[in-house]
Design a protein around this ligand. Structure first.
Ligand SMILES: Nc1ncnc2c1ncn2[C@@H]1O[C@H](COP(=O)(O)OP(=O)(O)OP(=O)(O)O)[C@@H](O)[C@H]1O
Length: 364
């Protein structure tokens, strides 16, 4: 039998809320949605804890939009459960979905502002829908515009704003009804890199200041890197990898994740990659090391343990969620038979991942 749970205006937990989910704002259990023979969502289970920022990343066609539409109740899953603050929305009728949708603030790639309304009226729109008084709407809009740094634009119209300013208005509007969850659908995809950074900083500030739970869907790893605590990588409607952002960055297991990371992790320079052969005078090593293992004096210990010269070809140390994540490319003389093997062995004892990418002859 279908159960319909009522939600109060104040958004208090209903009597039938799942007590196990008290601290989980979102929980999906084996959600499936297919279109004809295409499984857009093929058994996704995930949860987002209170105050957490979860990044969902995937390539075009991975199922991101379908997932968002299921989360905000625009799409019905074929099977599975979608709990928002402990209530299974997949079971709710349209009438009961309305108050639940207000628990989710959304921001969009193209901002979706009403051009005929001023900035403050756009921000206050969710409160107008809730039937709040004009005075209350004004007060809340002013607070939110201050939060997003746009107080002086209250009376302006969207057409006079830059893309970044429009998204700030979008964020203020999404927060107007004090949602439990902020759902971000490619919110920075239409913005230039600098504006993207400023919007991500704002979102992270809001997450920290208000303890707001954020689920952001994107195809850009840089977005995940900047603000997410955890990431779920989806492909063909399934989660192929999930974990704390820094550990997925340090050790991407799936080919999809590796390719999504391709643009922001150091890669062997193309002019050296074309020279690689199965044998040669110099081995080219890729070393990935992160967290505690990357904090020690790895290279000087290497030289002490396995004496000999090597050259640094390329690489860098990134900091993701305050954890060092290093990728280094070394050129190691491969003249003595076991020299490269000893280096590889030593680095592995230090929890580094090492791959011999190939050899260069030295005559190229
Ligand atoms: N209404 C629909 N009818 C038929 N097929 C659909 C429909 N919606 C989505 N699909 C299919 O489901 C799969 C997932 O699509 P979805 O739009 O959710 O992916 P996406 O990750 O959001 O992609 P993009 O980043 O390009 O928007 C795709 O193969 C898509 O063609």
């Amino acid at each position: 039998m279908t159960q319909h749970f009522a939600i109060t205006e104040a958004g208090e937990p209903p009597a039938k809320a799942d007590p196990q989910q008290a601290e989980q704002v979102v929980r999906l259990v084996d959600v499936k949605r297919r279109f004809g023979t295409t499984p857009a969502i093929d058994g996704i289970s995930l949860s987002v804890g209170k105050g957490e920022v979860l990044g969902i990343i995937g390539r075009s066609g991975a199922g991101k939009s379908t997932l968002i539409r299921c989360l905000n109740g625009l799409e019905r899953p074929d099977s599975g459960q979608i709990f928002i603050e402990g209530r299974d929305i997949a079971q709710l009728g349209e009438r009961d979905l309305q108050p639940l949708r207000r628990r989710i603030g959304m921001i969009f790639q193209h901002f979706n502002l009403l051009s005929a309304k001023t900035v403050e009226d756009n921000v206050a729109l969710p409160l107008k829908i809730e039937g709040r008084s004009k005075a209350e709407r004004r007060k809340r809009a002013a607070e939110l515009l201050e939060l997003v740094g746009l107080s002086e634009k209250a009376k302006a119209y969207p057409a006079s704003l830059s893309g970044g300013q429009k998204q700030r208005v979008g964020i203020a509007r999404a927060l107007a009804a004090r949602p439990a969850l902020l759902l971000s659908d490619e919110a920075t995809s239409a913005l230039d890199p600098e504006t993207t950074r400023s919007i991500l900083v704002l979102l992270k500030d809001i997450n920290r200041q208000l303890g707001l739970t954020v689920l952001l869907v994107t195809h850009e790893m840089e977005v995940v890197r900047s603000i997410a605590d955890r990431v779920a990588v989806i492909d063909t409607g399934r989660i192929v990898e999930e974990g704390p952002v820094w550990s997925v960055f340090a050790d991407p297991k799936s080919q999809i994740t590796q390719s999504l990371l391709g643009g922001i992790r150091p890669q062997l320079p193309a002019e050296i990659a074309v020279l690689l052969k199965p044998a040669g005078k110099e081995a080219i090593l890729r070393i990935d090391v992160a967290g505690e293992a990357a904090r020690g004096p790895l290279l000087s210990d290497l030289v002490a343990e396995v004496p000999g010269a090597f050259r640094l070809i390329h690489g860098g140390v990134d900091h993701v969620q305050s954890q060092p994540v290093a990728s280094l490319f070394l050129g190691v003389p491969a003249i003595k038979a076991d020299h490269v093997a000893r280096i590889v062995e030593f680095l592995k004892t230090r929890n580094a991942r090492v791959e011999v990418l190939g050899y260069v002859t030295g005559n190229d």
